[in-house]
Design a protein around this ligand. Structure first.
Ligand code: PLP
Length: 393
């Protein structure tokens, strides 16, 4: 039987059966090579078949795979020390969970308990996950509508417009959440000054400020944290995706006074903090800090942006190129679906972000040569697309 028959029709799928990977490349069951600029939606952060991650997983598996958080474990301790040392200061305590949505759920409960206020301000264009709580903060009506009623008291301000944030905050607002670089809605980088302004507004109102860096964090944008680009920091930081080199892990970092407001048993996760993901997490942090991956993201990201700007100038189908580091969106005037399929034929896996935007989320180990090759393929794809449209007119 096919996967489709057993999994239902829940995912937009592409006709590639991936068998193995290495760095920014994957191979299918026929041995065909692809440049992986889909990057597992950002999960393949430190590259496929990363030696540090593999050896950490192997040696941890040899010792023990599961230790519940009601017992202590040295691998977990090591991960906690390292992630807190790397995190923006004041974020000194951690709730460990298993995915982005869970990381956001923890943030919602922490902010609710700490402030005693149920109101939440999120941003238009936001994506925070699809569990009922995180879905309540996700903007796209196509995801929300079928599942309403969602959490009460959520309102959406305009990303980048501080006045709309100020207007949305009421006496009942306990939390403001945003992605410093919005991923799912087409790669929108916060305009300069916006994060600092939101920080100020939250300080004045007492609302807990949450940054969702599940996609943009951990070096993706060319700095360890996306918020570092604006010299500001949140009260709670949500992480997941690539944090454990592909092993499921979510992390909610928060100020310790916020975490202290939660009593024993009020929030928990059975898998959260398991030694296997913690070992993979330590190896991932090693790869980011010792192998120069953050610097590489900044360098190759700038090369990609420059190349794409050039392509945009000569290709009439491009509306805009946006991005920071290795988080890049190419908004087209045409749907991207056919282009994604054509890319697969030419050995490049690309990602979409809504109907009209191509998204690039390659592993941070990607080389200049690989980036140049993908630029060439994107140019060819757009050329072919423009010719096809001209022919059918
Ligand atoms: C992917 C993502 C999530 C949700 O993560 P899941 O692991 O799929 O639940 C939340 N926020 C952002 C910014 C994301 O990119």
């Amino acid at each position: 039987m096919s996967e489709d028959a057993m999994m239902g029709n829940l995912y937009q799928r592409f006709p590639v059966t991936v068998e193995r990977g290495e760095g920014a490349r994957v191979w299918d069951t026929e041995g065909k090579e692809y440049l992986d600029f889909m990057g597992g939606y950002g999960v393949a952060l430190v590259g496929h078949h990363n030696e540090r991650v593999i050896s950490a997983i192997k040696s941890q598996a040899d010792k023990i795979i599961t230790v519940h958080s009601s017992l202590y474990n040295k691998t977990r301790l090591e991960f906690l020390e390292r992630i807190i040392a790397l995190a923006p200061k004041k974020l000194e305590q951690v709730h460990m969970n298993n995915s982005g949505a869970e990381s956001v759920e923890a943030a919602i409960k922490f902010a609710r308990k700490f402030t005693g206020k149920p109101g939440i301000v999120a941003m238009r264009g936001s994506y925070h996950g699809k569990s009922m709580g995180s879905l309540s903060l996700t903007f796209a009506p196509k995801y929300r509508k079928p599942f309403e009623p969602l959490l009460e008291g959520v309102s959406f301000a305009k990303f980048g417009e501080i006045d709309t944030v100020r207007d949305a905050i009421t006496e009942d607002t306990g939390m403001v959440i945003l992605e410093p670089v919005q991923g799912e809605s087409g790669i929108h980088v916060a305009p300069d000054g916006f994060l600092q302004d939101v920080r100020k507004v939250c300080d004045e109102s007492g609302a807990v400020l949450v940054f969702d860096e599940i996609q943009a964090g951990l070096g993706r944008t060319g700095k360890m944290w996306a918020c570092d680009h604006w010299g500001t920091a949140p009260d709670i930081l949500c992480l997941a995706k690539g944090i454990a080199g592909g092993v499921p892990m979510g992390v909610t970092l928060a100020r310790s006074d916020i975490v202290s407001s939660i009593s024993k048993g009020e929030h928990s996760s059975t898998f959260g903090g398991n030694p296997l993901s913690c070992a993979a997490g330590c190896a991932t942090l090693d790869a980011l800090t010792k192998d120069g991956l953050v610097e590489n993201a900044a360098r190759v990201g700038a090369e990609l942006m420059a190349g794409l700007e050039k392509i945009a100038q000569k290709r009439s189908s491009v509306r805009e190129v946006r991005g920071l580091g290795l988080m890049i969106g190419i908004e087209l005037k045409v749907p991207v679906r056919d282009i994604l399929y054509e890319g697969i034929k030419r050995g490049v896996l690309l990602l979409y972000s809504g109907q009209n935007t191509l998204r690039l989320l390659p592993p941070l180990v990607v080389s200049s040569a690989e980036a140049a090759k993908v630029l060439g393929v994107i140019d060819e794809l757009l050329d072919a697309e423009e010719k096809r449209r001209a022919d059918t007119k």
